[in-house]
Design a protein around this ligand. Sequence first.
Ligand code: DX5
Ligand code: ZN
Length: 228
Amino acid sequence: MRHTADRSRKRLKIAPSLLSADFANIREQISVVERAGADYLHMDVMDGRFVPNITWGPKIIKDLRKLSQLPFDTHLMIVEPERYVTEFAKAGADIITVHWEAAVHANRLVQQIKENGARAGISINPATALSELTEMLPFIDLLLIMSVNPGFGGQSYIPTSTQKIAGARKLIDERGLNVELEVDGGVHISNIREVVDAGADTVVMGAGLFGTGAPGEAIEQARAACRS
Ligand code: DX5
Ligand code: ZN
């Protein structure tokens, strides 16, 4: 069920996760999703400590910056994010999202991100209750709900995430906050409608796009699935 007529008219944002892209052909992969109307490029930064996987740091963000004008939606799955957010902003990250579970002084961290000219997001793991964020919601630009345990692409959507998305939508709307609601993990053409109907403004898609071998067409199909 859609929440309001206004929301149903709002354009869904799609953020392809480069984690599932072929880095040997990254220029082409970026250009395909860009031409298909991707709204952001989602960059998963993993440190092997907060999550059991390692990806890339600011150098890669800086290099990729030359390949696209799309906003870089940078998802930091790292411990002690306060040590790195300034560097990621300088490298060209437009949105910097840190994990609630890794943030000791979340309010200060959000300030630090904004002072560096980026939009500030907070992400919560599947095991974290929305209610923990009550104090922080008015300070953030984006709330990222993880619908898988962070660390890897290609995992299955955790079904209880839908209720959590709907709960977050309600909290944001009731309080009249200007917080973008993004969902990350296990979103495919088969379930994107459920995620969007629950209230997501933005969906991250990794395997659901790049795993199909035709990410541009998959973006079109994802949008069509939400219209039908
Ligand atoms: C998981 C990452 C996701 C991941 C999503 O830790 O945060 O962004 O790339 O990939 P899919 O869409 O394949 O679940
Ligand atoms: Zn992510």
